[in-house]
Design a protein. Structure first.
Length: 176
């Protein structure tokens, strides 16, 4: 499936990106179940998939809800049409909170794509009636990932020995 193909869920556009739902075919291609050089791979950045993308692809079969509208999305660079990463919600929410994860391939880092994708998917999640807060956990040893969340409007909620937890809440929601 190409990044411009239709899927069951609408593409979420940002200024420079299209966030397209994963399909089972995308997961199979990422996991190498299709022959190298297939049509999907022609629409991938040369360094896609990264390890995190492979992990998500491997978990999609066990978590079919992640293929839904509020699940995981491939990040497509609109200018080139190439898949350059993924961003996702670990749906369903619990007590009004849903976790967000993201990753952009090394060749496209430093362009603000991760913050742009994270904010767009967080805003989409916050529009769901059962969600009031989107959270993300980052390793403190990864300051670039901390900056992604801060640029996307997330605020640090707690800090542990090795990780920090960030949150973005719906307007008017009181953080605990």
């Amino acid at each position: 499936m190409t990044p411009t193909s239709s899927s069951a869920h609408p593409v979420l556009p940002t200024d420079r990106l299209d966030l397209r739902s994963w399909s089972a075919a995308d997961a199979d291609a990422v996991l190498g179940h299709e022959a190298p050089g297939d049509a999907a791979q022609a629409h991938w950045a040369h360094d896609f998939p990264a390890e995190g993308d492979r992990v998500i692809a491997g978990l999609l079969g066990q978590n079919p809800v992640w293929l839904g509208a509020y699940g995981h999305r491939l990040v497509v660079e609109r200018e080139s049409g190439l898949v350059v990463g993924s961003v996702g919600l670990f749906w369903p929410p619990g007590e009004g909170t849903v976790e967000l994860g993201y990753g952009i391939v090394a060749s496209r880092r430093g362009r603000g794509y991760a913050s742009e994708a994270a904010r767009a998917l967080a805003d989409f999640a916050l529009a769901a009636p059962e969600v009031h807060t989107v959270v993300a956990t980052v390793e403190l040893s990864n300051p670039a990932s901390v900056r992604v969340l801060e640029k996307a409007g997330f605020r640090r909620r707690s800090t542990g020995a090795e990780t920090a937890r960030y949150a973005l809440s719906a307007p008017g929601h009181q953080e605990r």
